[in-house]
Design a protein around this ligand. Structure first.
Ligand code: FES
Length: 85
């Protein structure tokens, strides 16, 4: 049985330095959920804690795949395509 596909979006409120939380990260998270539903993509979209790239957020990771940094809503479809393969 294949593992469930997934995308993690950091919305961590890290203190003492730059962090992903903010409207941009929340907007990216909402866009992943909305577009996955609209496209009928069977993929888990979850919030995540710090990925260690705090100065380059919003940060996104495909489970078992690459990280993406400074993600915008314009990147969501491309990342969904990669995660769905
Ligand atoms: S707070 Fe998002 S990578 Fe650290």
């Amino acid at each position: 049985m294949a593992a469930k596909k997934g995308i993690l979006v950091c919305i961590n409120p890290r203190s003492g330095g730059p962090a992903c939380i903010g409207e941009a990260s929340r907007e990216v998270f909402r866009a992943f959920r909305k577009r996955a539903k609209e496209r009928g993509v069977d993929i888990q979209i979850d919030r995540n804690v710090c990925m260690g790239y705090c100065s380059h957020g919003p940060n996104v990771k495909i489970l078992g795949g690459p990280f993406f940094h400074e993600v915008t809503v314009d990147d969501v479809n491309r990342i969904l395509d990669l995660a769905s393969q």
